[in-house]
Design a protein around this ligand. Sequence first.
Ligand SMILES: *Cc1c(COP(=O)(O)O)cnc(C)c1O
Length: 366
Amino acid sequence: MTESFIPPAKPIIGDDERAAVDRVLRSGMVAQGPEVAAFEREFAEVLVDGRESVAVNSGTSGLHLGLLAAGIGPGDEVIVPSFTFAATANSVALTGATPVFADIEPDQFTLDPASVEAAVTERTKAIMPVHLYGHPAHMAELQAVADRHGLALFEDAAQAHGASLGGRKVGTFGRFAMFSLYPTKNMTSGEGGMVSCETPEMVRNVKLLRNQGMEAQYQNEVVGFNARMTDIHAAIGRVQLTKVGAWTETRRANAAFFDRELRGVVVPPVADGAVHVYHQYTVRVPEDRDGFVAALKNEHAVGSGVYYPVPNHRLASLERFAPGLHLAETERAAGEVVSLPVHPSLSGADLERIVAAVNAVAGAGA
Ligand SMILES: *Cc1c(COP(=O)(O)O)cnc(C)c1O
């Protein structure tokens, strides 16, 4: 094996990001300040059609603060997918509310509106879909369920910067939407999150919770956190924001190449009217997924990822919310999915190698 390893993800940090950080460090003012304010404005313009956005120190903080700002708390239920990163349900549980797990559809790995409707009870306050892997959830159908039962709709858009549905950007459907800025996401600020809000009241509440419950110094109105983003992180995020559109086009071109060339695996279906931004390019390998992953790595030096091998309702931390629950599509997906490298730093030769490796391994198993 002489070929170099192709990693499943690779953040791109360049000279521009380094210069931006240096500028902030030299200014001597590094905590939340003008860079954060500028990042919030620019993020809103570029990604959510101007919807006012509040920067926080992580995506998980963004979900937690968004839920609290929307009034979610003890006694409430919020319907979430189980097939997602644990932060989705963790943030609900941290408010004191109960995460209620619904199943995903057989195709796009996002919430099945029928399963959501079946999970509604008197205590249900909201539905929080995840635009998993960068594919928008079925927002029109979920909005219809929400309307029928008087529920709020929130969005976990951690993986979906720039995705859209029917020409409408994700992050503009929910009362709030959270975007993560963790290094492996489609753009990064180092660590960070952005909460895009539907109303001025939501903006104000998230800002209060972000900073000890105060708007004016020492006029604390509610009990809050320190969930502020630093100007150092915002400076990185501002540079990344100028590049994320081109990176997304590269991800989509890489995915189109895989769609045409891959054999022996189920390539990711895209819903009508959806623009998928391929945070992950996730195929299904129905037979011996773990053997497939090992062969890609050991025989072809191609990295891949399994997101997520254990559904949330089976995690030791969360199973108490759903004792004995069975979600057929979630459990099937957890056993079948493999995410291939699709990130914008892949070369043409890397793409050819990934295709050759997948086709060799999948073909060998057939
Ligand atoms: C990454 C991620 C989060 C959490 O974001 P952090 O910035 O890592 O806190 C939440 N939900 C989903 C679906 C994610 O992928």
